[in-house]
Design a binder for this molecule. Structure first.
Ligand code: UD1
Ligand code: UDP
Length: 368
């Protein structure tokens, strides 16, 4: 290999930073790579929490987040800023992960600048543009423009083939979320919140845009009913700072002894909470991937998922946003030991902890 190759890694939100951290850290060990990290800061505090945990200091920070930002203004501002960054940095390769507005705009800006874009966590699909919104569109666009598709699973590879992507541009790597989880879960983890150890812990997260409004109201009422009907549980809910979520969560769930609403947890305390949890109720993508590896059942507050593997294995169940359905399925797991045990098997369909290694090897082979 001749001169060092310039690799620009872009992160915008919390899950992107978690899933790209193992890739960034490994790339930084490569003698052939000059690695630069761009934080769009589509998220601010939640992104900074993760970057600090993994000791990653962004070389460039666009500080793009605005309170209650709209998708169009976020997209427009990102594209303009990325234009300047790509002109100044002249990267040989740009990497970004997932299906956020950051990823979609990075892929598009790379296309305009004719720079190779590597899409990490490629090929996840529900085949429904409205669910999840806007993520399905974001990942379809990013995938269409990518030079490399780093697909986490065989089924995501199949999705890309179905869309006409070339097999030679797809590599099944496993999801780097498991790399990050293994790097973290082996450490001494402190939750940092006093819990009642006599009660079973139900951990909750929710933030999906398609659930805003009535669906999220139903979800909160279901959680409230579960807390009221089960004196032996406590619900821990780190509330997403999006005002569409935060305001309603506090209005409906704010006044119960066995519901703890807190700020988003740092990554390590959140892993500690997952390890302590009896049951997880969430609409998060990353949590659907992590929890099965920790042997924790997840009820997913969505009607569809782009992560069918754990659903097929029976350790994750879709419950949507219907009040009765959420209460019924959660109550079943709280009351019925055999139903619970059937879902509490430790399986890891999303990765083996070597995702970053496989991604870095593809780039190394390409340049050598
Ligand atoms: C975004 C992604 C979603 C991803 C999620 C991970 C898009 C369109 N959405 O959703 O795909 O699953 O991140 O969490 O890309 N906020 C803060 N502080 C923060 C972060 C957010 O105050 O650190 C508030 C701000 O008011 C911000 C709002 O949350 O405007 C929404 O943030 P945004 O990134 O647009 O959407 P998310 O719902 O976080
Ligand atoms: N997470 C965290 N603190 C929290 C909630 C979640 O660190 O309070 C982590 C979690 O371990 C997972 C990721 O954030 O890796 C998921 O992010 P989020 O649910 O915001 O986004 P999604 O995965 O749905 O895109």
């Amino acid at each position: 290999m001749n001169a060092k190759k310039n690799i620009l890694v872009v992160v915008g939100t919390r899950p992107e930073a978690i899933k790209m951290a193992p890739v960034i850290l490994l790339l930084k060990q490569q003698s052939w790579a000059n690695v630069r990290v761009l934080a769009t800061a589509q998220h601010r505090h939640m992104l900074d929490q993760v970057l600090m945990f993994f000791a990653i200091n962004p070389d460039i920070d666009l500080n793009i987040m605005r309170p209650n930002q709209s998708l169009t203004s976020l997209t427009a501002r990102l594209l303009l800023e990325l234009d300047d960054v790509l002109l100044a940095e002249k990267p040989d390769v740009v990497l970004a992960q997932g299906d956020t507005t950051t990823v979609m705009t990075v892929a598009l800006a790379c296309f305009y600048h004719r720079i190779s874009f590597g899409h990490v966590e490629a090929g996840l699909r529900t085949w429904d543009m409205q669910n999840p919104f806007p993520e399905e569109a974001n990942r379809v666009i990013a995938g269409r423009l990518a030079r490399w598709h780093f697909a986490p699973t065989e089924s995501s590879r199949q999705n890309l083939l179905r869309e006409g992507m070339s097999d030679s541009d797809i590599v099944v790597t496993g999801n780097t979320v498991i790399d990050a989880l293994l790097m973290t879960a082996s450490k001494e983890l402190e939750l940092g919140i006093a819990l009642d150890d006599t009660k079973r812990l139900v951990l909750v997260t929710a933030h999906r845009r398609e659930n805003f409004g009535e669906p999220f109201r139903n979800i909160c009422h279901a959680l409230r009913t579960l807390a009221e009907c089960n004196a032996d549980i406590q619900i821990l809910y780190p509330v997403h700072p999006n005002p569409n979520v935060k305001d309603m969560a506090h209005e409906i769930l704010g006044a119960f002894d066995n519901i703890i609403l807190c700020e988003p947890l740092d990554y390590a305390p959140f892993i500690a909470a997952m390890k302590k949890a009896y049951l997880i109720i969430s609409d998060s993508g990353g949590v659907q991937e992590e929890a099965p590896a920790l042997g924790k059942p997840v009820l997913v507050l969505r009607d569809e998922t782009e992560r069918p593997e754990a659903v097929k294995m029976g350790v994750v169940k879709l419950v949507g946003s219907n009040y009765e359905h959420i209460v019924k399925e959660a109550q079943l797991l709280l009351d019925n030991e055999s139903a619970y045990q059937a879902m509490a098997r430790g399986v890891s369909p999303y990765g083996d902890g070597k995702g970053a290694e496989r991604i870095v090897k593809v780039l190394q082979d390409h340049f050598s």
